[in-house]
Design a binder for this molecule. Sequence first.
Ligand code: DC
Length: 219
Amino acid sequence: MSGGKTVIAIDGPSGAGKSTIAKALSETLGIDYIDTGAMYRAIALQILRDGIDLADDDAISVMLEHVSVDQVSGRTLLNGEDISGKIRTPEVTAMASDSSALPKIREKLVALQRQMGERKSVVMDGRDIGSNVFKNADYKFFITASPEVRAKRRFDEFTEKGVATTFEEVLSDICERDYNDSHRATNPLVKTDDAIEIFTDDLGIPEVLETVLGKMTAL
Ligand code: DC
């Protein structure tokens, strides 16, 4: 990293470990972490709270005019309220998967994400950071793993938290989200040619972090 501002883009499918790596990287490098998935989740929570039908274009526009989403010190704020603990529910997860496909919602959040990365050095994780939000990011990583391994990791997390579900249910949810993320018309999940792909099926967090830092030094 030079003395200037640095943008590190981390993209990949659900459950690949992007946010864990992005967080660890931000701590190691002493720069901010922006979780763009949490921003889509915050908007999804607002849609659920307002009872908006996704087909109601006018209601979506009005909501977007009034809503504010921010990320401060790793917390996600919706209209100033810290909603970090309320956006990992199955309802919000399902709504975020559908609502994040709406171009109007993407337009608003992408503009916000660009502002965030223009002011300071950031590690930003999501689906379209290297392909759309910051096409000129200093470093681009595509972190992925097989659906089965991603589902196993998610399932273990749920079991630890006491959430009642089955491995098959988690796997089917992951596959559905992969499909939605990579088939939407606006800013789909895609690995750009200039992104470094890291396949994490057989790698632990420290090894992935080491690989990322090693690639950054080598570039
Ligand atoms: O990474 P996550 O599971 O918290 O993301 C929540 C949803 O938002 C997920 O369905 C994908 C979507 N998303 C997106 O479309 N673009 C991003 N940059 C980040 C997330």
